[in-house]
Ligand binder design. Structure first.
Ligand SMILES: CC(C)(COP(=O)(O)OP(=O)(O)OC[C@H]1O[C@@H](n2cnc3c(N)ncnc32)[C@H](O)[C@@H]1OP(=O)(O)O)[C@@H](O)C(=O)NCCC(=O)NCCS
Length: 337
């Protein structure tokens, strides 16, 4: 490759195909990878805007694609890396951060460098370039936070089928085995925040649901619904998606929920996350019942494999229940903050 270093520019359509090609090269080996094509890229990145405007995604900052903040690293007109950034702000963030930290942060949503030119400082230079542009255009100071602390409206897993380059719904996560990315983030001052585990269950045994719900309880399936346990409220997810939510309800009150979404365009593989039972009703078997119901409902629809994401640090019980119901551990992920 060139003797001179890379130059950095904001995304432009002239480099769309090369950007997509690099994406596919970099993330091809990741679990649940779906090749990115032009249409998906356009819909999910370049032309992406949350319906309702910039602030529709709570806690995300601008959800509209800003080409200036999708940085490309070019070597002799070849795209050899990219980094996508944004800002994150809201009152939720203010509560989360230690006193004194600004309630508006620059965020790193994604970074990748061509395997052929790694360990030459391009990743670090891309990050620096993104910090500079975020400072100039958004008035946020470095350091950036990775979106393990924020919310990434782009690429998010729960709106699959997409080409998710990471395994969690929590933003930037890297495989526990990925020495490159872990070494890079560590060297650049990011924290490894939490571990996540993915498990999977083959549905070929076509399990059927035989549990008995407590008196008055029903299981309900709703499209595109973010539950609020203990209440009768909820809302759609902030971006268009194909998710289904299963609720255990007594009357109007939501006692338990799990969110599922297709991980393949043909629907053969689904993922579930955000599995939770209201703290006041734990230990009564509701979780097991809900999960068994979802397993059988998806099996009946021809889903072949179900993947579950668990954050053991937040819910060891959920992880254990997945295990009891036949989910085997597949990958360990580190969420970067
Ligand atoms: C993470 C990634 C962007 C790093 O790009 P890069 O251009 O190779 O990184 P740099 O050369 O700038 O490395 C900067 C520092 O990170 C650390 N680092 C990078 N790769 C490392 C590795 N394999 N092992 C240990 N440390 C590493 C080093 O300290 C390095 O500095 P040094 O070379 O002076 O020792 C690249 O590995 C990549 O694209 N990975 C796949 C995509 C990905 O997982 N992205 C994260 C999720 S979005």
């Amino acid at each position: 490759m060139a003797a001179t270093g890379p130059r950095f520019i904001g995304f432009s359509a002239a480099y769309r195909d090369k950007t997509i090609a690099l994406w596919n090269r970099v993330f091809r080996a990741m679990p649940n990878f779906v090749p990115l094509d032009r249409d998906t890229w356009r819909a999910r990145v370049e032309e992406f805007a949350v319906p309702g405007g910039e602030s529709a995604v709570a806690g995300s900052g601008p959800a509209r694609f800003d080409a200036r903040l999708f940085r490309l690293a070019l070597l002799e007109d070849e795209v050899v890396g990219f980094a996508h950034g944004g800002t994150w702000e809201d009152e939720f963030l203010a509560r989360l951060l230690p006193q004194g930290e600004p309630a508006r942060l620059g965020t790193l949503l994604l970074i990748a460098v061509d395997p052929r030119v790694r360990r030459r400082g391009i990743g670090r230079a891309l990050l620096h370039d993104l910090e500079t542009v975020l400072k100039e255009t958004q008035s946020v100071e470095p350091p950036l936070c990775a979106d393990g602390r924020g919310y990434n409206p782009f690429y998010g897993n729960f709106v699959a089928p997409l080409p998710p380059p990471w395994g969690t719904a929590e933003g930037i996560a890297v495989l526990g085995t990925s020495a490159d990315a872990r070494g890079f983030f560590q060297a650049c001052g990011f924290r490894e925040e939490v571990e996540a585990v993915t498990r999977q269950r083959d549905l070929g045994d076509r399990p059927s649901f035989s549990g008995e719900l407590p008196a008055g309880a029903v299981i309900e399936e709703i499209a595109d619904y973010q539950p609020i346990l203990g209440s009768d409220d909820g809302s759609p997810f902030p971006v268009p998606n194909e998710s289904r939510t299963w609720l255990v309800r007594v009357g109007d009150v939501q006692l338990g929920a799990v969110v599922g979404f297709p991980l393949r365009r043909d629907g053969s593989r689904w993922g579930i996350h955000s599995f939770e039972v209201d703290p006041s009703r734990r230990g009564e078997g509701l979780g097991r019942m809900l999960l068994s119901y979802v397993i059988s409902a998806l099996a009946a629809r021809g889903v072949e494999t179900l993947e579950a994401l668990a954050l053991p640090i937040e819910g060891a019980e959920a992880d254990r229940l997945y295990e009891k119901l036949g989910f085997e551990k597949t990958d360990r992920w580190i969420v970067i903050a």
